[in-house]
Structure formats: structure tokens, C-alpha cells
Ligand binder design. Structure first.
Ligand code: ACO
Length: 358
């Protein structure tokens, strides 16, 4: 028995496969490196193909998402004051749970459209700024950046964020996707599954890591402090954010893609060199101190540098992750709803047994 369900197969999927030994992520028959440059709308076509009825093309998806973003804005804006005092991911959780099951827009489209609209409005609200309505004619990811920042992003910035969003869209049966499939297996509906999945994503061991990666960079502060800081943290039993993975035993291929994006965005910035020095030292020390398990850089390390270069606030990073991952959740829910049985494993009882009546 494994308490973390390591190596347990709990679903069959045509969507994606993580080969942890080879450091390979396959999405719908393509290596990640070959599809990371797709538009978000094309990624929707790839992941939803065969799971939804009606014609599915990039243009149709763009129009449907644009209209659904407008609808989501109308639902979310009046509720914004209720997010006062919440972090962006908590605010996103609140607004997503307000999406009604009776909504006639297909729920996979509504969920994928609503996450960036709600994420952008809660980020701005937490900064005391008014929400920016969506532009239904814009590309999905560029519109998200415009809604967060309040101005149209440069093509370079929009493409950088799109590469990140596409890169993290799906990743096998990770904790949040498993959560979504468990909820979908009870026929609770896609919108409920997405709310539950976001709750799982929020944790620092899953989608909550990139903000703390930047906190780590700040705390280390200087080149001279890298080794002593990391040594102390590892000796204390801390987990270094942005390192380690349940499935990968080699470098996470998404880290490679995102490092290239970070290099494009940051040029020769000191912060990038500093991060590279921390990465090298962390890998060296983890190999020395944690001999039972090979620990490598995961997706969150360079995610942090990309999102920082895009001037997104670090407390919003998990919500930004959800802008991409909601696509994977939606596809897994659709797949689960077609062929899946209710997911209902067993637990092993280790408590006391009742005393026999005399
Ligand atoms: N830093 C230091 N030690 C680590 C790290 C780390 N980042 N990751 C694992 N370890 C150690 C554990 O302490 C343990 O050592 P021990 O045997 O001496 O106690 C050993 O490696 C095995 O750890 P497990 O708990 O079995 O690893 P698991 O597969 O459960 O955890 C996880 C995977 C949660 C990703 C872990 O590596 C971690 O906490 N990483 C840091 C947080 C992070 O970056 N999360 C993002 C992951 S990517 C994503 O979800 C999108």
C-alpha cells in the first residue's frame, strides 16, 4: 500500500502522459516541446477534440471563449466586494463557486473563460483597482494579461505568457486533475469539479510553489549566502520550492521550455544569473543530502522567473497557473463523464475495534 498512491493507475486517458524516467511529457501524441508554441485556442482544440459535440476549430473556440469571458465578467463583477481581504486564489475560489450549473454556455467553455476573468478582477480588486472588462475579439491569453494590467500587452509578453499557459495546461493525473476526476465521477458537474481542483492546486506542494520560489530568492539575497542558506534549509528538513517531483526522476521538461522563455524575457538580467546559481547549488546539495531520491528542478522554478518578468504579482501566481490548468481539468472531466465509474477506493482501518458485548 502507498499512502500517496505512487504508481497506482486510477484512470485511462488519451490526454497526456508523464514519462518520469525519460523526462518526457506527451500531450495527445505530441511531445511538449513541439506544441509549447501553440496558441491557447489551438491547445483547446487539441485537448477537447473528440470529447465535445459540434465543430471544433481555432476560430470557433476563440469566438466561444470571447463570448464566455463577457458572460463571466457579468457574473463575477457584482460579487467582487465579497472577495475583500482574500488572497487572489481565495477570491478566485469564491467567484468560481458562484458559477451556476443552470448556465447554458457549455460548461467546459465557461470554466476555461471564467478563470482568467475572475483571476484578473480579484488581482485588481486586491490592489484597489477597478476590473477591466474582457475584449471578446482578443486572443484568450493576451486578453487575460490586458485585464490584469489594464493595458494591452506587447506581443512579446503575450506570447511569453501563452507559452507558459500552454505548457502547464495538462500533466497526467496530478493532484488537482485527480481531484477534478473524483468529483466528476460522482456526476457533480464540471463547474464543481473545477472548484475542487482549484482547492487542490492551491497547496504549496502543488500549484502554490512559484510565489515561495521568489520568496526563497529574496531571502537568499546574495551569491555569498546561497550555499549557507540552502544547507540550513535542507538540514532543517525544509522542502526547497521548485525542486522535486512525484513522477519525474530527471529534469521536468516544462522547466526547460520555461527557462528558454525566461531567458528571452530577461536577457542578461542579474536575477536570472542569480536563479541559475541557486538552481545549480540546490541540485548539488540535494544530491549530496537526499541520496534516497533523485531531486531535480520542477516546472515551478522557472515559472516564478517568467511570471515575475511579466510583472504579475507573486501572490497571483497560483491563480495564473489555474488559467492554464483549467483547460486540462475540463478535458479530464469530459473524459471521465463519458466512460468513468465512480472513484471510490478503500482505506485500511487501523483504529480500535468495538468490544464484544458480554
Ligand atoms: N526539497 C528538499 N527535499 C525534498 C524536496 C525538496 N523540494 N522534495 C522532496 N524532498 C525529499 C523529502 O524530504 C524526502 O526526503 P526524506 O526521505 O529524507 O524525508 C524525499 O525527498 C522524498 O520525498 P517525498 O515526500 O516522498 O516526495 P513526494 O513525491 O511525496 O513529493 C513534491 C513531491 C511534493 C513535489 C516534493 O518534491 C516537494 O514538496 N517539492 C517542493 C514543492 C514544489 O516545488 N512543488 C511543485 C511541484 S510541481 C507541480 O505540482 C506543478
Amino acid at each position: 500500500m502507498s499512502l500517496g498512491l505512487d504508481d497506482v493507475v486510477a484512470a485511462e486517458t488519451v490526454l497526456s502522459h508523464v514519462d518520469g524516467e525519460a523526462g518526457r511529457l506527451i500531450v495527445r501524441g505530441f511531445d511538449l516541446e513541439d506544441i509549447a508554441g501553440l496558441s491557447f485556442e489551438a491547445m483547446c482544440v487539441l485537448l477537447w477534440d473528440g470529447l465535445v459535440s459540434g465543430p471544433l476549430g481555432e476560430g470557433a473556440v476563440k469566438a466561444a471563449l470571447g463570448a464566455a469571458r463577457v458572460r463571466a465578467f457579468a457574473i463575477g463583477e457584482p460579487l467582487l466586494p465579497q472577495t475583500a481581504g482574500l488572497s487572489p486564489v481565495e477570491g478566485l475560489r469564491l467567484l468560481l463557486s458562484a458559477l451556476p450549473d443552470r448556465e447554458t454556455i457549455p460548461h467546459h467553455v465557461l470554466a476555461v473563460a471564467a478563470v482568467p476573468v475572475f483571476a484578473a478582477m480579484v488581482v485588481r480588486y486586491s490592489q484597489g483597482l477597478k476590473p477591466v472588462p474582457p475584449d471578446s475579439a482578443a486572443g484568450h491569453v493576451a486578453d487575460f494579461l490586458a485585464m490584469v494590467r489594464g493595458s494591452k500587452p506587447s506581443t512579446q509578453h503575450a506570447r511569453a505568457l501563452e507559452t507558459y499557459i500552454v505548457t502547464v495546461a495538462d500533466h497526467g493525473l496530478n493532484a488537482s486533475t485527480f481531484t477534478a476526476r473524483v468529483i466528476a465521477s460522482t456526476r457533480a458537474g464540471l463547474l464543481s469539479a473545477v472548484v475542487g481542483a482549484l482547492c487542490a492546486l492551491k497547496g504549496p506542494l502543488h500549484g502554490g510553489a512559484p510565489g515561495p520560489v521568489l520568496d526563497m530568492l529574496d531571502e537568499i539575497g546574495s551569491e555569498a549566502n546561497i550555499e549557507p542558506w540552502l544547507e540550513t534549509a535542507i538540514a532543517r528538513g525544509d522542502r526547497l520550492m521548485g525542486f522535486g517531483h512525484r513522477v519525474y526522476r530527471v529534469r521536468d521538461p516544462r522547466a526547460e521550455v520555461l527557462k528558454r522563455v525566461a531567458v528571452d524575457l530577461r536577457g542578461q538580467s542579474n536575477r536570472l544569473h542569480f536563479a541559475e546559481a541557486i538552481e545549480a547549488a540546490a541540485l548539488r546539495l540535494l544530491a549530496k543530502r537526499k541520496t534516497a531520491r533523485r531531486l531535480e528542478t520542477n516546472v515551478e522554478f522557472y515559472t516564478a522567473l517568467v511570471l515575475e518578468a511579466l510583472e504579475l504579482p507573486r501572490e497571483a501566481f497560483t491563480a495564473v497557473f489555474a488559467v492554464g490548468r483549467v483547460l486540462g481539468w475540463s478535458a479530464h472531466v469530459l473524459e471521465q463523464e463519458v466512460g468513468g465509474r465512480i472513484i471510490r477506493p478503500q482505506s485500511r482501518y487501523i483504529g480500535p475495534t468495538p468490544k464484544q458485548a458480554a
